[in-house]
Each structure stands twice: as C-alpha cells, then as structure tokens.
Design a protein around this ligand. Structure first.
Ligand SMILES: *Cc1c(COP(=O)(O)O)cnc(C)c1O
Length: 369
C-alpha cells in the first residue's frame, strides 16, 4: 500500500465554498487594501478572540517584529534567544541592532532569566524573548530584570496564538507582542501577522508606521514602511477564525496520543504543559538521546522521511550558528549549552488539524524502532 505523505504542519483549509461569499463582497465593494472593511473586522474579531485590547494586522510576522522594535525606538544591543526561527534575530539586524544571545531554560527552552543579567551592558535597550512552541516564558522573571534595568520587552509570540494562563492571554505581557499568521501557523491569513499593543496611542503609532507613516492625506510623521494586510487575506483570516477551535481540538487529541504512546519509548523525551496554562498544541517536539535510544536524531529523522513522514528539526541549527551571527561573542556554543543540546536532539513531529489517529499511530510505530 502506498503510504500517505504526512507533513509537520499543513494549513487546514476552510471549505472553498465558504470563502466565495467573502470574495463576492470584496468585488462588490471594490476596496482591496488600505484598512478596508475586512481588515477592520479581523482586527476587532482577533482582539475579542485573543482577549487583548489592540491588534494591528501586518503583511507578515517578520515585518511586525521589525516595526515593533522601530515603534519602541530600540537600538544598541538586545538580549534574545538562539532557539527560535531565524526571523526573530533578523528583525534586530534590519534595525541595526546587535543581538546578544543568552541560553535557554532546560524545561521551557525559553530565555533563562537567571542568565540575562550577566549579558546586560550599557548598550542594552531591550529583551526579545520567544514563547517557543507556545510555552509561556518566565514572564515574571523577565519583567523583574527589565524593570530594574529600564529595558523594554518585546515578545515574539508567533507560536502563542490563543495561549492563556489562568484564563488570561500570554499576549498581555511585555511592551508589545508579535504574532505570525503564516500558512504553517495555527491561525493563518496565508501570509500575515500582528502586533498586540496595550494603548490606543501605541496602536495608532504602529498603524502609521505600517502605512508609510501617513497620519492623513498630507501628513507623514515618520519614515514608515508598507506592511499592510489586504482584504482578500483579511477575509480569509475571518473565515479561518471560525475553524480554529475545531483544529485545536484535533491537535489536543493528537498531542495526547503521542504522549500516551511515547511515554515508555526509551531515549525519547517530550515537554509537558506548564501548570495553569491552556496551550494551543501547535507543536510536538521530541528529543532523541542517542545513548538511550540507540539511534541518533538524524537517523530517526531520515527513517521518518523515508516513510513519508516529514518532521522538522525546529530549531536546528541555532540562529547563532548561521553565518550572519556566528562570529558574535555571545554566539559561542559554550555560552549556549542548553540550547545547543536541544537543537542537536529535537524533531518536531507532525501536528495539525487534519491529522488522524491512524497517522499518529503510524508515526509512533516508526519511532519505536
Ligand atoms: C513564523 C515565525 C516568525 C515569522 O513570521 P512570518 O509571518 O513567517 O514572517 C517569527 N518568529 C517565529 C518564532 C516564528 O515561528
């Protein structure tokens, strides 16, 4: 029998016929972009769904990160994690900011507050942590250090769509949080993203910056950029929002399936939920210990691939190992031992709303080697 191809993430496309009425309405309105009807509606709906006061939509998450740093006038050096998608650090480069990598906590794989203070210099202006895999950072620890040193905190929350702790959104932490709505993320506008801010004043500033700095027809207050989300994608987002809960229920079931069936697999470990938080089940990373498992991470990765199961080594290599950053003093692997160990062992297993128990069962059998 020909095995079905299973990928790490797959966009859960809503039924096409549900998208058609949106398109017909856009054709009727003849308003394709520039803060249109669906753009405004999606900002409102997202702010209700995510329980946050202000959402500014973006053409993608990377532009959101770049502009968040601009909106807060961040410069000099910024402390960040090497264990993330490369866009986190690239957003600093695009602002002429020097990244300073700090190691992560072994339990959460998020920036370790205990190590941040030693990396602060007179040039440090901000901290850029990531809620990696949607696991909440030690937000209290990070805030305490930031407040003591007068630093801003910008959360890359690209993985944390809808994650809550005791009923409150993780997006409320920090000065700003950034989301990504790329097709591979749990909520999608094909390409897209957002900045979550706390005040109307800040939302306005961000909205000017993403529209060339225009305040009105004849006034430009800053050298802004074009990072607007168009009407077709905003409408697609509104439609996807109707299906996010269903997809999340599937991911939760698959997560539980993996946990149950991999618990006894020697040399394979995985992360557990942080107490008091409601996760979004968007990733399922496993960590392969060669000594106990008998095969290396890359051997398992290849075995899965040969059987048409496409895991991803998120996040390997570390961002700090890429050529633009590897010569920075903070990029030395001796400075980033926890992150380096995770990067060398990780495989993210397929996790999306179209997976079946049968798919998950096939994956588990391949892992039990
Ligand atoms: C996806 C992602 C981004 C980039 O978002 P885009 O919308 O693809 O530009 C940034 N940071 C993290 C951690 C991501 O996973």
């Amino acid at each position: 029998m020909q095995d079905k191809i299973i990928t790490v993430s797959s966009p859960v496309l809503p039924p096409l016929e549900e998208y058609v009425p949106y398109l017909e309405d856009i054709w009727k309105r003849k308003w394709l972009t520039n803060n249109g009807h669906y753009h405004q509606e999606l900002e409102r709906e997202l702010s209700a769904y995510l329980k946050v006061p202000h959402v500014s939509l973006f053409a993608n998450g990377t532009l959101g990160l770049i502009l968040a740093l601009k909106a807060l006038d961040i410069s000099g050096e910024v402390i960040t994690t090497p264990y993330s998608f490369v866009a986190t650090t690239h957003s600093l480069w695009w602002n002429n900011i020097t990244p300073v990598f700090v190691d992560v906590d072994p339990d959460t794989l998020n920036l370790d507050p205990a190590r941040i203070e030693a990396a602060i210099t007179p040039h440090t202006t901000a901290i850029l942590p990531v809620h990696v895999y949607g696991t909440i950072c030690d937000v209290a620890g990070i805030k305490e250090i930031a407040d003591r040193h007068g630093l801003k905190v910008i959360y890359d929350a690209a993985h944390a769509f809808g994650v809550e702790e005791n009923g409150k959104p993780v997006l409320r932490h920090g000065d700003l949080s950034i989301l990504s709505f790329h097709a591979t993320k749990t909520f999608s506008t094909v390409e897209g993203g957002a900045i979550v801010s706390h005040t109307e004043e800040m939302k306005n500033r961000i909205d000017y910056l993403k529209n060339f700095g225009y305040v009105d027809e004849v006034t430009v207050i800053a050298p802004g950029i074009n990072a607007k989300l168009n009407e077709l994608q905003s409408a697609y987002g509104l439609l996807c929002l109707k299906h996010v809960e269903r997809a999340k229920r599937v991911r939760k079931r698959i997560t539980e399936f993996y946990r149950t069936h991999l618990r006894s697999a020697p040399g394979i470990t995985f992360m557990s939920d942080v107490a008091g938080t409601s996760p979004n089940y968007s990733y399922f990373p496993i960590f392969v210990s060669k000594e106990k498992y008998g095969h290396s991470r890359d051997e398992l990765y290849e075995r899965l691939k040969q059987n048409k199961v496409f895991g991803r080594r998120y996040f390997y290599p570390l961002i700090s190992d890429f050529p633009p950053y590897r010569d920075l003093p903070s990029a030395a692997r001796s400075n980033l031992r926890v992150a380096a160990t995770a990067a060398d062992r990780v495989i993210c297993l397929p996790m999306h709303g179209d997976l079946t128990d049968e798919d998950a069962g096939r994956i588990v059998e391949l892992i039990k080697w």
